[in-house]
Design a protein around this ligand. Structure first.
Ligand code: 5AD
Ligand code: SF4
Length: 469
């Protein structure tokens, strides 16, 4: 599965006494969870923009608040309810001032909880799942008539067909590196994971839709696309040559689009890394040398209980094949500690695998019981204190590896895509091919440029670089 979980940023702390302008249609969007939620929020924003909404960046300025939620771990889901509690207060204040406030909850919590959300948090007007969000404008219209709207079925129509193309202005606002969903859902049923239930069965978007969206992004100035899917490397579709394509062939085709200079994809399952995709890493300079390849555990016993359907040795062998094809590839992973039944020895096996693979980055989590998944009913749930201790040890090892990777980059000459302004106005931040943020002097170029730099020193959150000779 999935994705580097993005840390939620500032909360939804409302300050009371705020007013919205009477007739204005202003939406504040708050996104939790993975990159696919970021993409989905953008698409919902596009649909709302067509409906006359303007996006604002404070709760106070908004008359519609849209929360796109994550259900992957308990903490992420609970956060939604505490935020809704705060919004209820804001709404009361608005009503007292003669105004109004609409609240819509989208994403995986919406899918999993459905009308329970409105029962627990009556402030919510619309609950809309990840498969139905193209119906958001219509759902809001119904909500304005006083209805509490819950849209969580898995419809047969393709939601992407139901969504209008983003207005040109909206795409331009998205920057020079954009996400593009190519696949959604999961049929793997790892025993810890809610995704097959919230995002549904695996579906691939057709080739022509993906190409036309990538072309539109390129013509709006996007130079890097990250292809998204819960199981992105399980993507398949009929190619222009009438043959069945896998992700490797798709990437090859996208690399020919004028203006698309960099391609990434996330998240991959080890079992779906086929030869064509590994060959694409060998052959295509556009395909960035970075791969997020979660393994979750290094213990065969635990991998089996997780239903990952491969062994630790299979994974290590796969990594060797990928590195043989693209020696400078940087790997990142996801790890779960404290899955039911995990012993000290199982955990040591995970630590051993991490030492063997040597990651550039990784995301790690304590196992969190998800109701409705097989893991929730397993005996031998691991003690919270044990989980905490294991997580700290694992994260310490990973951060040593990440720092070592940063130090190894010093002295290397790399291409940097300049993405945004730094904290200081005289600095720009770009991304290295290995996804590290790199800070350079703003005089070296403009946002959207790809410049050749030499890494000079590691910093706390990224690297520093100067123009290469
Ligand atoms: N508990 C803890 N971590 C989980 N993940 C998925 N489900 C759970 C869970 N129940 C982690 C996996 C996945 C990442 C996105 O989140 O490591 O790869
Ligand atoms: Fe990924 Fe497994 Fe969850 Fe599917 S079930 S999304 S493969 S972790």
């Amino acid at each position: 599965m999935t994705q580097a979980i993005l840390t939620p940023e500032a909360g939804l702390e409302p300050t009371t006494g705020a007013q919205t302008g009477g007739q204005s249609k202003k939406v504040f969007v708050k996104t939790y969870g993975c990159q696919m939620n970021v993409y989905d929020s953008e698409r919902m924003g596009d649909a709302l923009a067509r409906d006359g909404y303007e996006t604002v960046d404070t709760v106070e300025a908004a008359d519609l608040i849209l929360i796109n939620t994550c259900h992957i771990r308990e903490k992420a889901a609970e956060k939604v309810y505490s935020q809704l509690g705060r919004l209820a207060k804001l709404k009361k204040q608005r009503n007292a001032d003669g105004g109004d406030l609409m609240v819509a909850v989208a994403g995986c919590v919406a899918q999993a909880e459905g009308k329970e959300i409105i029962r627990r948090a009556p402030v919510v007007n619309v609950v809309i799942g990840p498969q139905t969000y193209h119906r958001l404008p219509e759902a809001l219209a119904r909500a304005r008539q006083g209805e509490s709207v819950v849209e969580t079925e898995f419809p047969t129509e393709d939601k992407f067909d139901g969504l209008p193309n983003a207005p040109e202005k909206a795409i331009r606002g998205r920057g020079v590196a954009a996400f593009l969903t190519v696949q959604e859902g999961c049929d793997k049923f790892c025993t810890f994971c809610v995704v097959p239930y919230t995002r549904g069965a695996e579906v691939s978007r057709p080739v022509d839709r993906i190409i036309s969206e990538a072309e539109r992004l390129a013509s709006a100035g996007v130079r890097e696309v990250t292809l998204l899917g819960q199981n992105v490397n399980a993507w398949h579709g009929k190619g222009a040559d009438d043959r069945e394509w896998g992700l490797g062939e798709l990437v090859r085709r996208l690399a020919t689009i004028e203006g698309i200079d960099r391609i990434r994809y996330t998240t991959s399952h080890p079992r779906d890394m086929d030869d064509a995709l590994i060959d694409a890493h060998r052959d295509l300079p556009e395909l960035m040398p970075y791969l997020h390849l979660p393994v979750q555990s290094g213990s065969d016993r635990i991998l089996k209980a997780m239903n990952r359907r491969h062994t630790a040795a299979d994974y290590v062998k796969l990594v060797e094949r990928i590195r043989a094809a693209r020696p400078d590839i940087a790997l990142s992973g996801d790890f779960i500690v404290g899955f039911p039944g995990e012993t000290d020895q199982d955990f040591e096996d995970t630590m051993q695998l991490i030492r063997e693979v040597n990651y550039a980055a990784a995301f790690s989590f304590k196992y969190s019981i998800r109701p409705g998944t097989p893991g929730a009913d397993m005996d031998d749930q691991v003690d919270e204190a044990v989980k905490t201790e294991r997580l700290l040890r694992l994260q310490d090892l990973i951060s040593q590896q990440t720092r070592a990777f940063g130090r190894e980059c010093v002295g290397k000459t790399v291409d940097l895509l300049l993405e945004k302004q730094g904290r200081n106005t005289d600095q720009l931040i770009g991304r290295s091919p290995w996804l590290q943020p790199v800070i350079v002097d703003a005089k070296l170029g403009e946002i959207g440029d790809i410049i050749r730099v030499r890494i000079t020193q590691p910093g706390t959150t990224g690297l520093f670089a100067e123009l290469a000779e």
